[in-house]
Design a protein around this ligand. Sequence first.
Ligand code: SF4
Length: 402
Amino acid sequence: MHPLGVYVHFPFCLQKCGYCDFVSYETAPAAAGSGATLAAIDHEAYADAVLAELDARAAGLEGYALASVFFGGGTPSLWEPRALGRVLDAVRRHFGAAGAPPEVTVECNPSSLDGDRARALVDVGVDRLSVGVQAVDDARLRHLGRLHSADEARATLREVRAAGVPRLSADLIYAVGDQTPASAAADARELADLGVDHVSAYALIVETGTRFGELARRGRLPLADDGAMVESFFAVDAALAEAGLEHYEVSNFARPGERARHNVGYWRGDDYLGLGCAAYGTLAQAGGAMRWRNVLDPARYAAAARGATPLAPAAEGGVVATVEALDAETRLRERIMLGLRMRDGLDLAEAAAAVGCEPWPRERARAAERLVARGRLVREGDRLRVPHEAYVWVDDTAAALF
Ligand code: SF4
């Protein structure tokens, strides 16, 4: 049995953040002050559409054991827990578990999460919440376009902990404008003090097509320079190490036993089934793998998923916007790129055998020698890893091995 991760996309948010390039649509709150219930979302209809897609996709899938389920977005904490629970039950019914019970994570925002909602999510089988805190400073939160204040984020994390959520992660964005490394470290330290088990910390990236992208194009967005970004990266690293969190992936830190199993599956190159509007999925097939993406429009997705041919291309009335065949070499390059992001690195011979290609063509072996000589890579037999002090060059290191 091969491990399978299932990703379910929920494409709605209360408000679009300035830096966000995820597929998420702003939806007005049902009433002023009522952030957690959205009149404009048909919670059950969206669940029905995902269930219809699941039925169609799972019919052809055998030999998989469910390792993890991840509800991402968007803001899945806006989804009524009962509707989300219906999807989770069906996913569990379709696939057997891979030994340990599957990890079930829901991405949440403080503006749509409190103790009651956390308890309701646990009641339907969720065991891990990933909370988009992003900053513990009111001015920076406003600048990022977040709806919560620093105090609301603190209160949410405390309430969620008290509600008995077994595992808790928080997201952090650093190098925001002229933010100092000391301030980035202070945010990280505070999250650790608030009792989270896991932190995902990313430097602010300005993407085209976002509000920040437009401001930057017009020269109206203060930006951190590369030096400040690197200093902040190591400042966050030091703060979280001191708090007992292991830096187990370039952007992720965990207390012992608390690594995000769903994401580790991505970084190892395991197959994943994507469900919902705009979701990606990648499944092995003879000679390589198939990657698809669903249509980006929620109404179109819902109609197509519940139609007669849900897995047809969008042009023929189905949910599938794009399909890409990945050959063995492409899959190995992805495994190198993602595997090197992990502290443990990857076993190149194992990764190459899994996709069916040669691990050590002469050019790659020479490139590895050069990287080892420059301190960018450690090689122990077939195992490759990036030393901690060279994490910031990991993408270039991986590309040199392609
Ligand atoms: S809450 Fe998350 S998904 Fe929604 S707009 Fe903000 S960053 Fe994007």
